[in-house]
Design a protein around this ligand. Structure first.
Ligand code: NAP
Ligand code: MG
Length: 515
């Protein structure tokens, strides 16, 4: 019997004792780094020729850890190990699978702040952002454990005279999980453990910016007692081994979360049946966003400004759900803009270890790319706040940046920057605002601040997003409460943390016996 599911509560870091426990965990992490994180295939560490060096984005001269860089050869080996493990794991009764998967969440929970600390130093998350992610990882494990039990129930079918008829779900085989760096624990854990809970086995390739927290997840998998080979850990460059993993005739399904460009490439490649391949691959693509919030003239303007700022600049805007366009009805445009600028100016920038509101972006490449987008933006719109890099220990800091008078169709209004950059778009009225809100190829999250019930209802029906939030921030979907996934080019709408997620990694069998 599993304990009933409830999402993990967050700590109160304004309590000095709690903040001090977090700092102690950071010391534990500092002592343990640089961590050595080898490729793990079939439960055993494997030597690799090359390494991936992961550094602290707040202090790039500090090495957080070194991961083995898997090659295409290792990718093949890992798939073989996953299939070997599938022979037994797929036959483990659902209650036992569920117990083990739940235990992975418990293992993370038991080392909660330590896991937070690794996120702080490897990804640049402050206490709140790190803990929200650790809580989400725990929630995924526990929620999917419960879903595994639900999935094991026979499916309801009607009777037919002279026969018994039954239908049930079976796992598919060895899959590949390719997560992004922005939720390098929670998304990696969810994309891996969901299919595992359904009886599949996995090869997980962490993002190259953040392999170390992936290795910590593997420790939790092992300590929970998940058998060797059920989860194989394969750090490696996506550009170098991604195609091998995706194209491999032994890959049964691909579970991808990341950018649109990479996702479209994987979707196309997954459709090809290679020699020796005995199935059509399934492939799930959870992709980017250009997420908008509408603010109309009936809104509580302070609440709207708070919600937009948190959605836009939490974790430096590096969330697929981040607000990157705010569409403001003309009547309140200037009042909102003033509030946004004031609030952005009040955000303190500094090392995540000291729990500042705004930390560094994840890598030198991301730093360059965001600053390039800001520079391009200067000729498209009015830069009203920020726009510069900030120096501190060589960390990759960028000021929270706001552009106003952005035209929806301009690059600033359309392209996912994936950094602390907010585009403010002026709308004539609510109807115009809703049109503008839908004027993007993406459809991940969206929001509205309004007190007009008719407009809220119209937004609910017509704003084409997978996750809509009314009068609150648009980030921080909770597992089992707000199933997460986008519409349009934001992806295949797999709805992580939702009641149908595990079903995606199964096939249905029906058997009829003549009486
Ligand atoms: P990314 O560049 O697309 O990388 C994602 C993963 O794909 C990484 O593990 C990467 O490996 C790998 N990869 C790169 N090239 C590949 C290839 N040719 N074949 C197979 N795999 C390949 O995305 P990111 O920069 O890590 O993450 C940011 C993006 O993720 C944003 O667009 C964001 O909106 C999106 N995202 C979406 C969701 C959602 O639920 N919809 C959630 C979070 C993030 P390397 O690291 O080695 O390059
Ligand atoms: Mg790093």
């Amino acid at each position: 019997m599993l304990p009933p599911y409830a999402s993990e509560p967050y700590s109160d870091f304004t309590d000095p004792a709690v903040a001090s426990a977090y700092r102690e965990a950071l010391e534990v992490v500092a002592k343990a780094s640089p961590l050595n994180a080898p490729v793990i295939i079939g439960g055993a560490p494997v030597d690799t020729e090359d390494d991936i060096v992961s550094v602290d984005p707040a202090r790039p001269d500090r090495v957080v850890g070194t991961a083995g860089a898997g090659s295409s050869f290792h990718a093949s080996q890992a798939l073989d190990a996953a299939w070997d493990a599938f022979a037994t794991w797929s036959k483990v009764p659902a209650p036992e699978r569920a117990r083990l998967v739940h235990a992975v969440g418990d293992a993370i929970d038991a080392r909660r702040y330590e896991f937070c600390g690794w996120l702080t130093v490897e990804a640049g998350k402050n206490y709140l952002e790190a803990e929200a992610e650790v809580a989400e990882a725990i929630d995924f494990c526990r929620y999917y454990a419960h879903q595994a039990l639900a999935l094991a129930e026979p499916l309801p079918v009607h009777d037919f005279p002279g026969e018994t008829n039954e239908s049930w779900l079976v796992p598919m085989g060895a899959g590949v999980a390719i997560p992004p760096w922005n939720f390098p624990l929670a998304i990696l854990a969810g994309m891996t453990i969901g299919p595992v809970a359904a009886g599949n086995t996995m090869v997980v390739k962490p993002a190259s910016n953040t392999p170390i927290i992936g290795a910590k997840f593997m420790e939790a998998v092992v300590s929970a007692g998940i058998p060797a080979g059920v989860v194989n850990f394969l750090p490696g460059s996506g550009a170098e081994i991604g195609d091998t993993l995706v194209d491999h005739p032994r890959t049964r399904f691909v579970n991808f979360t990341g950018s649109k460009d990479v996702g479209l490439r994987i979707a196309a490649r997954s459709a090809v049946v290679h020699p020796g391949q005995m199935w059509l691959k399934r492939a799930y693509m959870e992709l980017g966003g250009k997420d908008g919030i509408i603010v109309d003239e009936t809104a509580d303007l302070d609440a709207a400004a708070d919600g937009v700022i948190r959605s836009a600049f939490g974790f430096q805007g590096q969330k697929c759900s981040a607000c990157s366009r705010v569409i403001v009805v003309d009547a309140v445009h200037d009042a909102i803009l003033e509030r946004l600028v004031d609030r952005a100016a009040a955000l303190d920038i500094g090392p995540p270890e000291d729990n500042h509101a705004v930390g560094p972006v994840v890598s030198a490449a991301q730093h360059r790319s965001v600053l390039d987008e800001i520079d391009r933006g200067r000729s498209q719109a009015e830069l009203v706040h920020g726009g510069h890099a900030v120096d501190g220990d060589g960390g990759w800091y960028i000021e929270p940046t706001i552009f106003s008078e952005v035209a929806s169709q301009d690059r600033l209004g359309q392209h996912e920057v994936f950094g602390p950059v907010l585009a403010v778009i002026r709308a004539d009225d609510f109807a115009d605002a809703l049109d503008i809100a839908n004027d993007t190829e993406f459809g991940l999250t969206g929001g509205i601040f309004s007190t007009d019930d008719e407009r809220i209802e119209r937004t609910r029906q017509e704003f084409a997003v997978g996750n809509l939030y009314i009068n609150r921030k648009i980030t921080g979907a909770l597992v089992g409460i707000q199933p997460f996934g986008g519409l349009k080019l934001s992806g295949s709408n797999a709805k992580a943390g939702g009641p149908d997620y595990l079903r995606l990694f199964t096939e249905m069998k029906s058997a009829t016996r003549k009486l």
